[in-house]
Design a protein around this ligand. Structure first.
Ligand code: FMN
Length: 193
């Protein structure tokens, strides 16, 4: 089983998301010792905004890096993605990654019946902590909802969320919310070998 672990929080060792993604991956590793883990830290190793040069593959180095990002994604059976809510959406570092994996002809295509995802069969666990609290379907929350949509667009339906809310309320609230989130980490044994 190949696992792609992605972090995008800008808060380094103070990051709640990183705590959760590392816990998720540790549990996966315990349940599946044979799992091969690839780690991509989008805050430490920043991908630039997707650009015309990137789109046209005019810059060889950039094109090679983008190919690597896409192949890493295509190769993974399981993705663990840390997606903190920043200004109601995902961190721009993570958006730069999304821009490199939503590729016509590789991860989706348009057909007469509409768009078709080509990257199905993967399992995704998203760690989505946030400072506030959002109702399901809230019109102010474009992080989790966006990722669910875009992953569905490329064919991935098996998406679980590890949520931790109200982290900005108090230190105690943060600790409680993170403990509650740890308790609902999907049982790794249920994941495909
Ligand atoms: C730049 C920035 C923007 C944020 N914007 C929001 C927001 O729009 N809504 C919210 O509920 N929390 C917001 N927060 C709080 C974070 O979602 C919360 O602190 C979360 O734990 C961040 O994850 P991290 O600790 O892994 O970076 C923001 C935090 C930062 C640093």
């Amino acid at each position: 089983m190949k696992v792609l672990h992605i972090d995008s929080s800008i808060q380094g060792s103070a990051s709640a998301t990183r705590e959760l993604t590392h816990e998720i991956v540790a549990r996966l590793k315990t349940a599946h010792p044979e799992a091969q883990i690839t780690y991509r830290d989008l805050a430490a190793d920043v991908l630039p905004h997707f650009s015309q040069a990137a789109l046209t593959r005019a810059d060889e180095l950039e094109a090679a890096r983008n190919t690597q990002v896409l192949e890493e994604f295509l190769d993974a059976d399981v993705l663990v993605i840390g997606a903190p809510l920043y200004n109601f959406g995902i961190p721009s570092q993570l958006k730069a990654w999304v821009d490199r994996i939503v590729i016509a002809g590789r991860t989706f295509r348009y057909t007469e019946r509409g768009p078709e995802g080509l990257a199905g069969g993967k399992q995704v666990i998203l760690a989505v902590p946030r400072g506030g609290v959002y109702e399901t379907g809230s019109l102010a929350e474009f992080g989790e909802s966006y990722l669910k949509f875009v992953l569905g667009f490329v064919g991935i339906r098996d998406v679980s969320f590890v949520r931790a809310e109200g982290l900005a309320f108090s230190a105690q609230h943060r600790e409680n919310a993170l403990n509650e989130a740890r308790a609902v980490i999907p049982v790794p044994a249920a994941l495909a070998a």
